[in-house]
Design a protein around this ligand. Structure first.
Ligand code: NAI
Length: 740
C-alpha cells in the first residue's frame, strides 16, 4: 500500500513491517531540498509515529538516477539576512534530528547523487546502503558555493569517517563513490541497484531486532588498531585537536589567502563540535551558515553556479530550437599533447569512438600511449575498473591514413600551429569525409575565418579551443565565424558538454576571448617587472588577489617564446595597448623559453619548478634591471587585473562575447580569474563602472594609453548601466573601427 504526503514523499508499507519512504519532487529531474522539506519530513514521520505495523524504515528516492542532489540553491539565494539563513539551518537540523530520533531504525538507500543536504539526510539515518552504480556519489559541495552544510553535516560527517577525511571532504567539496564511502565507514553496504531496497530493508530490520531503537552509538566510527588510536588522539584530546586544527588552518590559508571565509568557518564549527559537543557544534554551524549565505563571496559563487547551469541548457546559438546532430564517431588529427588529451576525454567521458591520426606511426604510438597513461592512472587510483578501462581504451584507434576519417561526423584538428598545414589537413578531411563533416580546429592563435577560407564548405568549419592539460581543464571555448552554420555550433557544443566541459561560444577574432584577455594581464606584469619590481612580489600580489598562479609563473608555463610570437600579432591587430615593455626580446635571444627548456624567470630542476620556487636572478641583469623598486601589492594586482578586465570589456563591446555570463565563466574556468570575484564582468558590476573607469584613467594618465578605458565602460559610467541584471547593457554595441 502506498500513501503520499505533500506529493514529494510517499510511503510504501511492506508486509515485512518495513515502511519505504520515497522522495520524488514532482516535475523535477532530480530531488532537491526546498523550503518546505522540513515540514514535509516532519509530517510524514508523524503520520507513522504511532503505526504499530512500522518496524523499520528505508528512506530512498523515487527518481531513477538520483538520491537528493542538495538544497535548492535558489532558496538560499533568496535569503536576505543572516538571521533568516541561520533559522533555515536550524529548521533543517531539526528535520534531521527528527529522523535520527525516530522510534525505529531508518536506513538510507542511496542510488545516484547524495550531495549536500542529500548526504545530510543520509547521515541522519541510522545506516546507509549505497548502489554500486557509477552515478552514486556522496559529498558535501557547499564550500564551493561559499557556504557550509547547514543541516548537521559539519557535525555528523566527522563522527562517521576519520577526521582528516571529513575535513578534506568538507573543505574541498569532493565527491566519493560508493566503494570509497564503504571503506571510510560512510556507508555500511554497497550492492547492485536491483537489490538496494531489499538489502536496506533487511539491514533496517536487523537493526530493529538488535537494538529496538538505535542510539547515537550506531554512529561510532568503525576504526581499528592504530587508526582508532590516532583518531582518538586527534579528536578527543585538547592537544590533539589543537595540533590538527592549527595545521589545517595553516594549509588552508596558504591556499585561500584569506579570500574565502567558508572553509575557515568550517574548521571553526567542526572544532567547536569536537571540543564542546554535538549540540554546541550544531548551533555554531547554524550561525556560521547564516553569516556565510549572505556573504558577498557566496553571492558570487552562487551566480557562477547558476551561470554553469544555464550553460548546460544553452545550445550555443541564438535560435534555441536548433538541435545538435548525432555524433557517433570523432576524428582526431594530430596525436600530440592536445590531440591525445582530446581523444582521452572523447573516449572516456563522452564514451565515443575516436580515430586518432598522426603523420607517422611514431606519432600515433605516442598519442595512444598518452591516452593509455591517463586511463591507467585512473585504474591505479581505483577510479575505474580494469574492465571499464579496457572498454575505454578499445574506443581509441590509431591511424596514419586520412581515408579512415570517413564515418566521423566531427573531425578535430590539433596538428602543428601552421596555417598551411591546417589547410592541408582540412582539404584531406573534406576529400575523405561526407560533405557535411564538421572540421573543428583547436588552434590557439589562428583566426578560424582564415582556416575556413581553405574550405569548400566554410559553414562546417569551427574552432574548438581546449586548454592544456585537456583532461583537467574544465573550459572549452568554441569559436564561430560569420559563416559557421548554427547546427554545426550546436553539434560541437553538445559534443563538448559530453566531454565534460563547460562550453562557451564566442565570435571569431584574434586571440578569441580567453587568449586575448590573458595577453594584457601578462603584458602588464612584464611592465611592472621592467620598472624594477621583484618577480616574486608580482606573482605574490596576483595570487593574493585570488589567481591560482602569478602572471610571471604563467609566462614560464605558457612559454615565453609563445608569448613573444603572439605579442606582435596582438599588437598589429589591436594597436598601442598591446605594446610590450622594451627589452623583452633579450629573453628570446638568450633562449629563455620557460619551463619547456628549463630556462625562464624561475629556476628549474629536472623539468620541474624547484620546490621553493626560486627566481633565476640572472634574468634581472639580462633585462638591465635592478630589482629594487617597491610597489604596494594592491597596486600591482590592480594594474594587472584591470588590464585583463578592460580587455574583456573590449571583447564585450565588440561582440566577441555573446554575453557577460560567458565572459565571466570563460575567465574563471579558462584562466583562473578569482571565482569569489565572480569574473571580470561581475567584478565591474560590484565595484561600479564609474569607479573602474576612474581607476583606469588614473593609470592611463600615469602609465600610458594602454589603460584607456574600453568604450563600453565609458558608456556604462555615464548611463549607470551594468553588465548583469535588469539594467544590463547589450553586447556588441561598440564594434571595433577597422584600421585603414
Ligand atoms: P604537439 O606538437 O604536441 O602535437 C602536434 C601533433 O600533430 C604532432 O604529434 C605531430 O606529429 C602531428 N602532426 C603534424 N602534422 C600532421 C598531419 N599532417 N597529420 C596528422 N598529424 C600531424 O602540439 P600541441 O601542443 O598538441 O598543439 C596542437 C595544436 O593545438 C596547435 O594548433 C596549438 O596551437 C593548439 N593548442 C595548444 C595548446 C597547448 O597548451 N599546447 C592549447 C590550446 C591549443
Amino acid at each position: 500500500m502506498t500513501t503520499t504526503n505533500k506529493e514529494a514523499l510517499s510511503i510504501e508499507k511492506r508486509a515485512d513491517g518495513v515502511f519505504v519512504i520515497r522522495m520524488d519532487v514532482p516535475g523535477e529531474a532530480v530531488n532537491t531540498l526546498r523550503a518546505s522539506f522540513a515540514k514535509d519530513f516532519s509530517e510524514v514521520f508523524a503520520s507513522i509515529e504511532n503505526d504499530a505495523a512500522c518496524k523499520a524504515i528505508v528512506f530512498t528516492s523515487g527518481k531513477k538516477s538520483g538520491f537528493i542532489a542538495g538544497a535548492d540553491i535558489a532558496m538560499l539565494e533568496a535569503v536576505k539576512t543572516d538571521t533568516e539563513a541561520a533559522e533555515l539551518a536550524r529548521t533543517g537540523q531539526k528535520a534531521m534530528d527528527r529522523i535520527e530520533a525516530f522510534r525505529v531504525p531508518v536506513v538510507a538507500a542511496i542510488h545516484g547523487a547524495a550531495l549536500g543536504g542529500g548526504l545530510e539526510v543520509a547521515m541522519a539515518c541510522h545506516a546507509r546502503v549505497a548502489s554500486d552504480d557509477k552515478k552514486t556519489k556522496l559529498g558535501l559541495p557547499e564550500v564551493m558555493l561559499g557556504v557550509l552544510p547547514g543541516a548537521g553535516g559539519t557535525q555528523r560527517l566527522p563522527r562517521l569517517v576519520p577526521i582528516q577525511t571529513a575535513l578534506d571532504m568538507l573543505l574541498t567539496g569532493k565527491q566519493i563513490d560508493a566503494k570509497k564511502a564503504k571503506k571510510l565507514g560512510l556507508v555500511d553496504e554497497v550492492v547492485p541497484n536491483a537489490i538496494l531496497i531489499d538489502v536496506a530493508a533487511k539491514l533496517a530490520l536487523e537493526l530493529a531486532q538488535k537494538h529496538g531503537k538505535p542510539g547515537k552509538k550506531e554512529r561510532e566510527k568503525k576504526l581499528e588498531g592504530f587508526d582508532a588510536v590516532q583518531e582518538a588522539a586527534l579528536t578527543k584530546t585538547p592537544l590533539g585537536r589543537k595540533f590538527l586544527f592549527d595545521q589545517a588552518r595553516k594549509q588552508l590559508l596558504a591556499k585561500s589567502r584569506g579570500n574565502y571565509p567558508s572553509p575557515e568557518r568550517i574548521l571553526e564549527v567542526v572544532e567547536k563540535g569536537l571540543s564542546e559537543g554535538f549540540e554546541a557544534g550544531l548551533e555554531a554551524e547554524a550561525r556560521a551558515f547564516g553569516e556565510l549565505v549572505v556573504s558577498p563571496q557566496a553571492a558570487q559563487l552562487m551566480t557562477i553556479f547558476f551561470a554553469q547551469n544555464a550553460l548546460k541548457k544553452d545550445n550555443g546559438v541564438s535560435d534555441a530550437s536548433v538541435k545538435p546532430r548525432e555524433v557517433t564517431r570523432v576524428g582526431m588529427l594530430g596525436a600530440g599533447l592536445m590531440g591525445g588529451g582530446i581523444a582521452y576525454v572523447t573516449a572516456t567521458i563522452a564514451g565515443l569512438p575516436v580515430r586518432l591520426k598522426d603523420k607517422d606511426p611514431e606519432g600515433v604510438a605516442r598519442g595512444l600511449g598518452h591516452v593509455r597513461g591517463l586511463v591507467e592512472g585512473r585504474v591505479k587510483r581505483k577510479r575505474v575498473s580494469r574492465q571499464e578501462a579496457n572498454e575505454q581504451l578499445a574506443l581509441v584507434t590509431g591511424t596514419t591514413d586520412d581515408a579512415t576519417m570517413k564515418g566521423c561526423e566531427v573531425v578535430i584538428e590539433a596538428v602543428f600551429e601552421d596555417l598551411a598545414l591546417k589547410h592541408k589537413v582540412l582539404a584531406a578531411t573534406e576529400a575523405a569525409g561526407a560533405p557535411d563533416v564538421i572540421f573543428a580546429s583547436n588552434t590557439s592563435s589562428i583566426p578560424i575565418t582564415k582556416i575556413a577560407d581553405g574550405s569548400k564548405h566554410p559553414e562546417t568549419v569551427i574552432g574548438m579551443h581546449y586548454f592544456s592539460p585537456v583532461d583537467k581543464m574544465p573550459l572549452l571555448e568554441i569559436i564561430t565565424t560569420a559563416k559557421t552554420a548554427d547546427w554545426v555550433t550546436a553539434t560541437c557544443v553538445e559534443l563538448g558538454k559530453k566531454q565534460g566541459k563547460t562550453v562557451i561560444v564566442v565570435n571569431d577574432g584574434t586571440g578569441f576571448y580567453t587568449s586575448r584577455i590573458l595577453g594584457p594581464l601578462m603584458n602588464e606584469a612584464a611592465f611592472v617587472l621592467s620598472e624594477g619590481v621583484k618577480i616574486e612580489d608580482i606573482d605574490q600580489a596576483l595570487v593574493d588577489w585570488g589567481f591560482p598562479v602569478g602572471p610571471i609563473t604563467l609566462l614560464d608555463e605558457v612559454g615565453i617564446d609563445v608569448a613573444a610570437k603572439v605579442g606582435p600579432i596582438m599588437l598589429a591587430e589591436f594597436g598601442d595597448r598591446m605594446t610590450a615593455p622594451p627589452g623583452f626580446e633579450k629573453l628570446i635571444a638568450d633562449q629563455r623559453y620557460g619551463r619547456k627548456n628549463k630556462k625562464g624567470f624561475y629556476l628549474y630542476e629536472d623539468g620541474k619548478k624547484s620546490k621553493d620556487k626560486k627566481v633565476d636572478t640572472s634574468v634581472y641583469a639580462l633585462l638591465g634591471l635592478e630589482p629594487k623598486k617597491h610597489l604596494p601589492a594592491d597596486e600591482i594586482a590592480q594594474r594587472c587585473a584591470l588590464a585583463m578586465v578592460n580587455e574583456a570589456a573590449h571583447c564585450f563591446g565588440e561582440g566577441i562575447l555573446r554575453s557577460a555570463r560567458d565572459g565571466d565563466v570563460g575567465a574563471i574556468f579558462g584562466l583562473g580569474f578569482p571565482p569569489f570575484r565572480g569574473g571580470p564582468f561581475r567584478y565591474v558590476d560590484t565595484i561600479g563602472a564609474k569607479e573602474i573607469v576612474r581607476r583606469l584613467e588614473r593609470f592611463r594618465d600615469r602609465l600610458g594609453v594602454r589603460f584607456a578605458p574600453a568604450p563600453v565602460l565609458v558608456e556604462m559610467a555615464k548611463t549607470g548601466q551594468t553588465f548583469h541584471g535588469t539594467n544590463a547593457i547589450k553586447p556588441g554595441g561598440f564594434p571595433r573601427k577597422k584600421k585603414s
